[in-house]
Design a protein around this ligand. Structure first.
Ligand SMILES: [Zn+2]
Length: 199
């Protein structure tokens, strides 16, 4: 993610003559390191449409709250890649398949813990937040429940999370590895159900 206005401006200018619409998302923190907020105002002026450290989580609740407030003040929102890295470590889902392969897993809880945090922040402060690439049933439930309570939470998922489950990773084909990882059949069913009933 671009963390300085010049890069956002460069992207916008390059895209201007390209015949496609490009909506740049700027980094939440400098170098996506979670330590210092980027210059939100300058980034929006340059053309940023939202903020995200996607690929990495914003690890502290305080920093995420600060980011959500700064973004909302400019009429923008933060897109959260939910992954508590203290629980992370593997490249496939933690569970039956990772045990069978003898590989370290990345648990659904790593995503759910942060989704719960972001939705709690959104509810407490009345600020919007977007949860990226939802992959677990509990994450769907957390978001749905908080939305019902009136929080300004939105989310999305990707086709592989509602069509492929962790059993595909048994093939050891790297095409089936991504972050978050492919989850259980129950997670896939929940993601599909949620995508059909989203409001
Ligand atoms: Zn991500």
């Amino acid at each position: 993610m671009a963390d300085c206005a010049d890069v956002i401006r460069y992207i916008v200018n390059k895209a201007a003559g390209a015949g496609v619409r490009v909506y740049p998302i700027a980094a939440v923190t400098l170098g996506q390191e979670g330590r210092e907020l980027t210059d939100f105002e300058a980034l929006v002026r340059a053309g940023a449409v939202a903020f995200s450290d996607d690929g990495r989580p914003v690890m502290t609740a305080a920093m995420m709250a600060k980011a959500m407030k700064a973004a909302a003040g400019l009429g923008k929102l933060v897109i959260s890649h939910c992954e508590d890295t203290s629980l992370a470590g593997g490249i496939i889902n933690e569970g039956a398949v990772s045990s069978r392969l003898g590989m370290k897993g990345l648990p659904g809880a790593a995503e759910e813990v942060q989704a719960a945090r972001e939705t709690a922040l959104a509810a407490s402060y009345g600020l919007p937040v977007h949860i990226a690439h939802v992959s677990t049933a509990l994450c769907v439930a957390i978001i749905r429940d908080t939305k019902r309570r009136g929080a300004k939470v939105t989310c999305e998922t990707c086709p592989h999370y509602f069509s492929l489950d962790e059993s595909y990773t048994l093939s050891c084909d790297a095409d089936y590895r991504m972050n978050p990882p492919l989850r259980t059949k129950a997670d896939v069913a929940a993601s599909l159900r949620a995508s059909k009933t989203a409001r």
